[in-house]
Write a protein that binds this ligand. Sequence first.
Ligand code: HEC
Length: 213
Amino acid sequence: MNALVKVLVLCCFSIGAWANEVPLEKVNVATDAVTISRGAEDLMNDCHSCHTLKYIRYRDLVAFGIDKQKVDAWRGDQAMDSPLLGQFSDADAMQSFGIVPPDLSLMVKARDGGSSYVYSYLLAYHNSPDGVLENPVYPATKMPDALGIASATDAAQRTEIQGRARDIVSFLTWAADPHDAERKRLGYYVLGYLIVLTTLLYFVKNQIWGRLK
Ligand code: HEC
């Protein structure tokens, strides 16, 4: 009986939590270098002033294949080995926003919904009928509408902003696991090696056992 009550209470709570969540817009994350590079550029323009990416260094961007001249322009007098630090000190951010903007390096892994969460969050800003900026994905957020989606009214402008959000999220997905592609490539080599090794061992075994006949 006691257990049944617990199960019922748990169910009610989960249904309550579920009912409060707005559905996320699913993003089709790109993994090609062109999109990811474009996303890096947009992130440097639209997000980097407030947010750090402390696990990504400028050197990683060059190693990935982003034009070195661009990376040099982004880093200014910071070293190639420096992580992507934002321009706000924690104290200044506290004063401006009342909160320090979180590091974005692992953001797509840190939130339920991953890439789709970040994408939906960026695009959820809109003005209520009485002109108050709202974000149903994170109603209490202290972040301004960084991409300006709330004030974009014509369709072409909205499509451009949605494209930019997708590029940025694709970059952030790469940033959360920069060695993903490399690991997959290595996986194919290992598989190939195992297949060759198995074939060779098969022939060796046949030879050895053949002598017994
Ligand atoms: C003007 C400063 C500013 C800019 C520009 C900015 N952000 Fe933020 N961002 C913030 C602040 C402040 C928070 C913390 C919000 C909170 O928790 O109330 C935040 C939080 C976030 C979060 C975490 C939300 C969560 O669920 O906790 C993500 C993701 C994010 N920003 C992504 C971005 C991206 C991507 C861009 C560029 C398109 C961007 N931000 C541009 C200030 C900024």
